[in-house]
Design a protein around this ligand. Structure first.
Ligand code: HEM
Ligand code: NAG
Length: 160
């Protein structure tokens, strides 16, 4: 039993932090899309209407009718700002605890809203599609991007 607990702890710690080079690749890709907040959220909702359905302000509404609203821009900006903040903290072991704090808060807010791991994975898929088709993208960028998501999602999923 103790052995299993030790293994579990090693597993949790096995997140591979981004190197400075990997963080630079992620930042470079993100910089190309981070001012397209509304388009990003619209792409997520289009691909996965079940995510839209969890937002009280947008549930049951036609995307085209809410996309231009101030409420939509506000939500889109919150989500994109969160990602920008996490990315800006990546690639530096000194700021890993700050990422952990942000991810933990996000998990607890979203757990309270009944958001599932499957939905977080959907969000990841839609966002990755958006970024990979709108920034210069190659295996090195993809691998850094995926590592970043794996790290943050490991923290979130442990608490969701
Ligand atoms: C994947 C499915 C997700 C669903 C269904 C979801 C749903 C929601 C809902 C319902 C709210 C509250 C909106 C309101 O005030 O009425 C919210 C807020 C927020 N979401 Fe999400 N969310 C998801 C994923 C994410 C992800 C992946 C991020 C960040 C990368 C994120 C970042 C935020 C932020 C920063 C807020 C505002 C702060 C807060 O109230 O927690 N969300 N989300
Ligand atoms: C790339 O960006 C454009 C413009 O914002 C957007 O319409 C398109 O959906 C994006 N690509 C993907 C795959 O989401």
């Amino acid at each position: 039993m103790k052995f299993l607990i030790v293994l579990a702890l090693i597993g949790a710690a096995a997140a591979t932090p981004l190197s400075a080079d990997q963080a630079a690749l992620v930042k470079g890709a993100w910089d190309k899309v981070k001012t397209s907040e509304v388009e990003i959220l619209a792409a997520v909702f289009t691909a996965y209407p079940d995510i839209q359905a969890k937002f009280p302000a947008f549930a049951g509404k036609d995307l085209a009718s809410v996309k231009g609203s101030a409420a939509f821009a506000l939500h889109a900006t919150r989500i994109v700002s969160f990602i920008s903040e996490v990315i800006s903290l990546s690639g530096n072991s000194a700021t890993a605890p700050a990422i952990e704090t942000l991810a933990t808060e996000l998990a607890s807010n979203h757990k309270n809203r009944g958001v599932t791991q499957a939905q977080f994975n959907e969000f990841r898929t839609a966002l990755t599609n958006y970024v990979s088709s709108n920034a210069s993208w190659g295996d090195n960028v993809a691998s850094a991007w995926n590592q970043a998501f794996d790290n943050v999602y490991a923290i979130i999923f442990a608490r969701l």
